[in-house]
Each structure stands twice: as C-alpha cells, then as structure tokens.
Write a protein that binds this ligand. Structure first.
Ligand code: ADP
Ligand code: MG
Length: 729
C-alpha cells in the first residue's frame, strides 16, 4: 500500500532535473531564438525571395513554387545550426491535440548521404494519418489527407534530449479540399472576418483600410501535482480528473493560495517553461498562483489569432512535458478536483486594422467613436443571434463540470459591458444620452464624442461569459484543455456575418439619408433588437437563470444539449455563406464532438468501475473485517462494554460497501446498454443516454467511495487523497 500511495515526498530529487539557468542569456536574446522569424529570413534569403515570402505571409497568398526550394534550403541550414536532424509538418487534427511525424533530412547522392530538405517537402506532406477523426469525411480513397504549409505561422525548433526537429506549421486537408483540422477553418474564418470588416469600414468612409486581423490573448490555467501521486491514481492517468475523493478539511476557503508566494519548486518549473516558450517566440508575460490550491496561471501578450492559437497549443505541450522533468504532472483538465475551482482559458479577442487600430478601442475622436459603436453593435448582434454557436464551441465533457457551477460563467451566453458603456448604449437606443449627460442633446454618432469610458474596475465581469474589458471581449467560458481554434472560428464567423449585415443596411440607408443618419438609425435599431443579450449583473446568481429565460436566451446546461443543433440549417447557412465550413464539414465536426463526448465518458465509467471494484471495495472489506473482529473480541472480553458506537461504525461501513457494490453493478449495467442505444435524429441519442444514465450512475459510485474514504483507516485507503495531492508540492 505504502508504495502505491506515497506520503512522504522527497523534494530533493525534484528540483534540479530539467531546470536550466536562463539568467546568463538576456530575455531579448532568448526570445524567438528557435523561430525562423523575420530576422532569420531577412539575413538568410535573397532580398527578392524574402519580399515574396513576406507577401505570402501577410496576405496568406500562395508561395511561388520556384521559391520554395530556396526557402526550404535556408530553413534547413538555420535548423541544422540548432542541432536539427529532422523536420516535421506540425498540424492540429480534430483530436484537439497537435500531431507530428518526423522525417530525417537524409537522402542519397549516389551512395553518399546528403542532408537535404526540398521545397516540395516544405510545402506539402502526405502523412498516412488515416486514424485521425474525420467524422465520415475520409471514408473514400480520394479523401486521403495531406498537410500544407501555413506560411502565416513561422517554423520553429523543438529540442529533444539528443537532437532537434524543425517544425513547420501546416494545415491538414483531404485531397478533395475538405478541412480535417482546426487550423484550416480558423484561417478561413480570419479571411471572412477581414473581408467583411474591411467592407464595413469602407462603408463608414475608412477606405484606406486593406486588412483586418483578429487578435487573441489566451490566459491558461492549470494544476500541478506530484508525479508520484498522479501514477497512483488510475483516474488521473486515464481521464485527467479524479473520479472520487473526499473533501479535504481545507480547500480554497481562505483563498490564501491566490496570488500567494510561488513555491521554489513550482517557480523552478515555471522558469523552465518560460525559457522554452520564449525561445519558441511565445510572448509569455504573467505567472501566478490561482485560487484553488495547486492551481496556477500563465498569460501571454496577445498576438494575431492564428499564431496565438499555435502558441497556446505549444504552451500546453511545454507545460505538460516540462512538469515530468520536475517530478510533477500538469493537469489541464477543466475539473481535476471536485469542490475547488476548475480551470478555464480566458479567450481575449479583438480586431485590429493593418495600421494597428484596435476596432474595439473606443478611441478619442468622434469618428473613432462612431466606428467603435458600429463594431460593438455588430458584435452584440452576433452574440445574441448566435449564442448557440458560442455555447457549442465550448461544449466538452470537461467543461460540463465547470459551466454554471458558481466558479465559471454560466452556460448562458451573455455580454457584459460595464456601467458607463451600458449607459451609452441605452442612450443610443433611447435617442438621448442619459446619466451624467442627461439633459444634453442626443449623441450623434460621428459628431459627438463618447463620454470617457474608464476601464471597468468592478468584479462583476468575472461572472459573465463574454465580458467587454476596455478594448477587447473576454470569452471566459472556454475550457482549459481546449484548443482556442474552435471558439475563435465561431467568434470570427459570427462577427463577419454581422459586419456584412450592418454594412448592407448602412449602405442602403445612406443612399437615402446620408451616412451619418444611416449609422445612427442602424445602430439604434440593432442595439434595441439585440440588447437582451447584455447583462451587467451577477451571472452566478439564480435570478439570472430566471431572467435569462424571460429574455428568451438559450441555457444549454451540458455538452449534449449544446451539440444537438450545432449543425442545424441556420448554422450551415451561416458557415457556408461566410466560406468557413461546407455542410459536410460542419456535420462531420458535430459528429466528432458527440463521439468525443461518448468515448470520454465511456473511459471515465470504465475507470470508475475498475477503481471501485479493485481498489476501494477490497480495502473497505479489510476495514469491515477489522472492525468486526475488534467488536467481537471486545464483547467476548467484557460483555458490559458499551459497544453501540463501534457497532454503528461496523454497520455504516458494511452498508457503504454493499451500497457501493450495488452502485457499481448499476453502473456496469447502464454502460453495458450504451452500444444498443441508437444515435437518433440529431445524432445525440446515445450521448443523451450516457448523460442521463451513465453520468448519474458514476456520481452514485463516487458518493459511496467518498463516504467510505471518510470513515476508513487512513493506512488502508488505496488512493492518494485530495489533502495530499492539492497541498504537497
Ligand atoms: P485583464 O486583467 O483585464 O484580464 P490583461 O491586461 O491582464 O487584462 O490582459 C489579459 C489578456 O488579454 C492578455 O493576454 C492580454 O495580452 C490580452 N489582450 C490585451 N489586449 C488585447 C487585444 N487587443 N486583443 C486580444 N487580447 C488582448
Ligand atoms: Mg482576464
């Protein structure tokens, strides 16, 4: 028992491994030193090739194939200087993770080995890759997958223990052109957003704008536990979360971990991660202890979305791998431990023009204010109409434990604007500015300035799923283990559609009544129609659930509800009209998400059964035996002893064990039925059965295990406890 459940942690073995000393190299020198960035390209490529490549990178246009060999060769030389022996197309299939297959730079000239990397190998790869989820798209031979270089995201080096690998960010598509990854639709959604935002800005008279980029800063929360606890918990190994575990005496009640002193061991780990991430050009900025014990956060400086998504995928990878070198395990699951906060990933989203103007920045002059109000109105309209899509984009089995659980935003999608901006919007709807400016003339967009909008200083926005925080929206309901691609595909696409709608309306009205009046009228009408999505109150409160229902806002409480209509006719129409997904692509993604839910819970159910049957029950029987013999020995020794409380203990343990055996049998029975349940009209029949039957059956098993844990001999308990895992670092 003792070996499987380490109690004494020898920290001395855990400090040194993997820790490097970054102090000798300046951060500026380190930053991007493993990225084939602009500086590397400029120094290593002929000027004309460099310029073509820049054009390709900025515009997302195709690279002239004649230049590919020159670029590939320069990349290879740069990589070999950094110890690279291999290259890999690095992509993001629909597993939610990254994928890589390494090839050595090896070929032969006659019988002489040569180090070679061709333009062809840079631009296109043909991994077999037949085992990635495709939701039915790849059932035909023609639908084989290939990887294609995404020049908008720079190549980088991953360092191994003996050598390094040149990684080339790629998109993964079928030969018929259908997306098999998360990157392709993300790039398409960025294009759609740019196209529609530029058009809207042109309608507003801003004809100098040629391109609009979305920006993303993703704050990443995670837990760290000692690796020796992790390996002794089959639930953490198989599912990434604990399926049972009694509440510790102390959880996060005192909130003393939040922003507390970072322990030396954790700090060494963070420093190690940061050094690697800086080399990879990931602009990691902030580190701190989070609110739950054992929970931490890392935040980067925002970047263009496609690069920021790649960087977040790399961040999660580095966090996981580096932990092992420090004798730790990094848990990215949304809810590793019941009873303390789970982990999220705040998705800070905005848009900027090619001149660097943030479209969600209120600005200082009336022109900028008008642009801001139009963009804000379009975003609110998008969130109101397509709340279901945003909800579906964050629907995962892990997130089901967080959303609406008084620690994360509710499952209702609403937007928070803060007091001042709310006042401005209400003024625009009413046709006059209220509040402090009451009595003054109506605000005329493009003529009057907005009142100054102080950065929101209240805590209210924390309870909102989509909060305006000064010059960006923070989509706070994204799960910690998720790729940011899905949420940003949804945001970009719905915003693009809304920009198109606003541009059409303003353009048409402006012909009759002039631009200024058209803007005023469209903003007023759209705000009025969609303002129900704005909620500045406490999103955790029970009243909000009631109020949201009155307003007609959807409240999809779990993954299955959220996915049921995700490929409905209106969504197909939206994604097709924006050029982001075809019907088949959208349907395949819904299928994959539902399958993911089913498989995930099946694994949890199996792990729960195993642990209960092979670890908890045998230990509890030993405990029962011990109490039984001690009661009977005491009775024999002295018949006058008061043994009632001890008999009650025996009874309680026996009842819990019998209850657990029954609960386990019930869980086994429902899991046995899953395969015979059909998928039904929307493909969610089986998932709904799992949600309604398997999930509650697992909860019952947990309840009994936790009750046993609370009355068992500590020595006999076969699993590391919350009080150990969460606090011993
Ligand atoms: P807050 O404390 O309000 O959450 P921070 O300044 O800490 O705000 O920023 C949180 C995250 O938002 C950071 O990753 C930051 O880089 C990012 N962010 C800031 N401005 C933008 C923007 N214009 N677009 C996208 N993300 C942004
Ligand atoms: Mg934040």
């Amino acid at each position: 028992m003792g070996e499987r459940r380490p109690v004494v942690i020898d920290q001395t073995t855990c400090h040194v491994a993997g820790a490097r000393n970054a102090a000798s190299v300046s951060l500026a020198e380190l930053f991007r030193s493993d990225v084939f960035d602009d500086r590397a390209m400029r120094t290593r490529l002929p000027a004309s090739v460099y310029e073509s490549l820049c054009e390709t990178m900025n515009r997302g246009s195709a690279l002239d194939p004649r230049l590919a060999d020159i670029v590939a060769n320069a990349m290879k030389e740069w990589a070999v200087e950094r110890g690279a022996t291999h290259f890999s197309h690095w992509f993001q299939p629909m597993t939610g993770h990254t994928a890589e297959k390494h090839d050595a730079f090896l070929s032969f000239s006659g019988d002489q080995p040569v180090v070679e990397f061709s333009g062809k190998a840079l631009v296109k790869g043909e991994p077999d890759a037949s085992s990635f989820p495709s939701g039915g798209i790849r059932s035909t031979f023609e639908a084989r997958g290939y990887t294609a270089w995404d020049p908008t995201s720079p190549a980088f080096i991953r360092r191994g223990t003996r050598s390094s690998t040149l990684c080339i960010p790629t998109a993964f598509c079928s030969w018929t052109g259908e997306a098999l990854d998360t990157k392709t639709p993300l790039l398409r959604s960025s294009e759609a957003l740019s196209r529609e935002a530029v058009r809207l800005l042109h309608v507003l008279g801003r004809t100098e704008v040629r391109q609009v980029f979305t920006t993303l800063g993703s704050e990443q929360e995670y837990f760290l536990i000692d690796r020796r606890y992790f390996v002794a918990r089959p639930d953490l190994v198989a599912c990434g979360r604990t399926l049972m575990g009694a509440r510790p005496a102390k959880g996060q009640e005192l909130e003393d971990h939040y922003f507390g002193t970072i322990s030396d061991r954790v700090l060494a780990y963070m420093e190690d991660c940061e050094e690697q991430l800086w080399r990879l050009g990931v602009p990691v900025k902030t580190r701190h202890n989070e609110v739950a014990p054992g929970q931490f956060e890392l935040a980067p400086i925002f970047e263009r979305t496609s690069v920021a998504v790649d960087h977040n995928m790399l961040t999660m990878d580095v966090l996981r791998k580096t932990a092992l070198q420090h004798g730790l395990v990094c848990l990215l699951h949304e809810k590793p431990f019941a009873g303390v906060n789970g982990s999220g990933k705040h998705n800070n989203w905005s848009m900027a023009t090619d001149a660097g103007e943030n479209l969600l920045e209120p600005g200082t002059d009336p022109g900028q204010n008008a642009r801001f109000v139009v963009v804000l109105t379009a975003v609110l309209r998008a969130v109101d109409i397509h709340a279901d899509l945003l909800r579906a984009a964050i629907a995962t089995p892990g997130n089901d434990h967080r959303l609406g659980a008084n620690e994360a935003p509710p499952a209702i999608i609403s937007a928070y604007l803060g007091g001042e901006l709310d006042e401005v919007c209400r003024g625009l709807i009413a046709g006059s500015v209220q509040g402090e400016r009451k009595g003054t003339q109506a605000m005329r967009l493009g003529v009057t300035s907005l009142p100054p909008l102080p950065r929101d200083s209240t805590d209210r926005n924390r309870t909102s799923s989509f909060a305006f925080t000064g010059n960006k929206f923070e989509f706070r309901a994204v799960g910690s283990s998720q790729s940011c691609a899905g949420p940003n595909i949804a945001l970009n696409t719905i915003a693009a559609e809304s920009f198109r709608h606003m541009a059409n309306r303003i353009e048409e009205l402006a012909r009759k009544s002039g631009l200024e009046a058209a803007v005023q009228q469209v903003v007023q009408e759209e705000l009025k129609q969609h303002y129900r999505v704005v909620f500045n109150g406490n999103g955790y409160g029970a009243e909000w659930q009631v109020e949201a229902e009155k307003r007609g806002l959807p409240n999809m409480r779990n993954t299955v509800d959220a996915l049921e209509h995700s490929a409905c006719a209106a969504n197909v129409e939206l994604f097709e009209s924006m050029g982001v997904f075809t019907r088949r692509e959208l349907e395949s993604r819904a299928t994959i998400a539902i399958e993911h839910y089913e498989k995930h819970i099946a694994i949890e159910a199996q792990a729960c059964l195993d642990i209960a049957a092979t670890m908890v029950v045998p230990s509890a029987l030993q405990m029962q035996q011990r109490v039984a013999s001690s009661v009977s020995a005491a009775r024999t020794a002295d018949s006058t002893l008061d043994l009632a409380p001890q008999e009650a203990l025996l009874k309680s343990i026996s009842n819990h064990v019998s209850g657990l055996l029954r609960a386990n049998a019930a869980l086994e029975q429902v899991t046995g039925k899953v395969d015979s349940v059909g998928h039904g009209e929307h493909g969610i029949g089986r998932a709904a059965f799992i949600r309604d039957q398997v999930v509650p059956a697992m909860a019952r098993v947990r309840e009994l295990c936790d009750a046993l844990e609370a009355c068992m001999d500590d020595e006999l308990w076969p699993l590391p406890k919350y009080r150990e895992m969460l606090f011993v670092h």
